[in-house]
Ligand binder design. Sequence first.
Ligand code: GLN
Length: 298
Amino acid sequence: MMPHFAPSSTREFPTDATVATLVRLAAAQLSGDDPRRDAELLLQHALDVDRAWLFSHAGDVPGMEAVQQFGRLVERRVAGEPLAYVVGHAGFWTLDLRVTPDTLIPRPETELLVELALSRLPADQPLRIADLGTGSGAIALALASERPKAAVVATDMSGKALAVARENARRNGVPGVVFREGDWFVPLGTECFDLIASNPPYIAEGDAHLGRGDLRFEPLSALSSGADGLNAISVLCEGAPGHLVEGGWLLIEHGYDQGDAVRSLLGSAGFVEVETRQDLEQRDRVSLGRKKGGSPPA
Ligand code: GLN
């Protein structure tokens, strides 16, 4: 008789279960914001199919190997590993980005920074853009995909993160981004840009959030910066005027409680038109300012 349960999977699912049943059984074991969606994405990954396939084949019974693989993926997710690391990719803007434990997982909040940057970047102009601390390449690739004439430089101090970002440029067919390794402004040499964007590490060292949820699995160097979380942001505010054209913009993502501090750092660095914008949950999320002088890059 066929064994009723897949013997070697850590989470055992019945080997005669249909696609719909597997999703239901896994969702019941998962927690988090949307267990059903997680279960669907994990099963898609185990079967190497898209979402439409899953729904049009709800009554299919997948093979035993796939069910065992699904069991292992569910186990990792139950242990708290972020979904994006378990399946190896995440959606951002219009892109599908590979992510590994060497990169931060791109967050939907960061799309606000992309929108604010795009509204300051006229199309059809050969603008120069820099994304500092690019991680998986999220910001640089989103901007380059929307502004094909722009020259985009993406930097990161982690060579491993840059390898992932380069792969994401290839896999999404986004040309026009140059990747450079190094700390903040160092890889920019003496170049100046029309717009500099960054989602730097901004969580305070020792903040309890670092020990919770997805953050436990992400690179600490991409998350946390100094006792008040403002070390990297100070470096960015102080250094950016030396790498912006007159009238150029600096946009920085930060924590919900850092708007005042970041506006004050931008002001001290001589930026004008300084303001903070809020994300969809009405929390301070991005602050920006413009280098004095010149006409806008328009
Ligand atoms: N720029 C990347 C992102 O927005 C990485 C940010 C980081 O590692 N702090 O996802």
